[in-house]
Design a protein around this ligand. Structure first.
Ligand SMILES: [Zn+2]
Length: 226
């Protein structure tokens, strides 16, 4: 009997804790002001020793400031790169300590993922992250109090050129430029989650920047978009 109650009760509790928490993301940031013709390029999952420097070179050459949501563990392993991101004037965000799905983290592990990630990015870059983005956009009920304590709002996105499946670079550019709206937040990946994501981003980025600029968009870091 107890076993049956557990079997019924745990999935329901988990559904409330994980899926139910997504109602709270309605209060999070999904895009910037729709009245200003600007968009933010945001980069998840780095710093990556191979692709992040190439992304920074492209942004530098184009005079674009972006926002980098770093995985704490990767920032700790590549502090010079994290520092370069900060020194070149880009915004920093926390993307958890080790990129675990928050759907699979209890309250204690959630707190650890958020606070350890935050501290690792701050230590490596020499500047505290201002924003937070959960891996795959997955949240739970323990996340929001942890973010309030750190003063880092959760930031999602309005456009994701490539999600969980590889999309060729030209298709990413065309799809994104066509759908961009004022206040758009683009979710890009400068490291591999999906294999080859970093390489496809480096291919797509110059045309993406040019395409958005042709349509009149200023490309700004999140601190200026929000
Ligand atoms: Zn991610």
């Amino acid at each position: 009997m107890t076993g049956a109650l557990w079997a019924l009760g745990l999935p329901a509790l988990w559904a409330g804790y994980a899926w139910g928490s997504h109602l709270l993301t309605l209060g999070s940031v999904w895009r910037g002001r729709p009245t200003v013709r600007a968009a933010a390029l945001t980069f998840d999952d780095g710093p990556d020793p191979e692709y992040t420097p190439r992304v920074l070179d492209i942004l530098g050459a184009q005079g674009v400031k972006g926002t980098f949501f770093l995985i704490g563990k990767r920032a700790a392993a590549a502090p010079a790169l994290a520092r370069r991101i900060a020194e070149e004037g880009h915004d920093l965000g926390n993307h958890t300590w080790s990129h675990r799905s928050l759907w699979l983290c209890g309250p204690r592990e959630t707190e650890r993922q958020v606070s350890r990630g935050h501290a690792a990015v701050a230590d490596a870059a020499g500047r505290a992250p201002r924003f937070f983005r959960p891996p795959w956009g997955m949240t739970n009920l323990a996340l929001f109090p942890a973010l309030r304590r750190l003063g880092t709002p959760g930031v999602f996105w309005s456009l994701q050129p490539e999600g969980r499946r590889p999309i060729p670079a030209p298709a990413q550019v065309e799809w994104t430029v066509e759908r961009a709206r004022p206040g758009a937040i683009l979710d890009l990946h400068d490291a591999d989650g999906v294999p080859g994501a970093g390489a496809r981003l480096v291919d797509a980025l110059p045309a993406l920047i040019a395409g958005l600029r042709t349509r009149g968009y200023a490309l700004v870091p999140l601190r200026d978009l929000l």
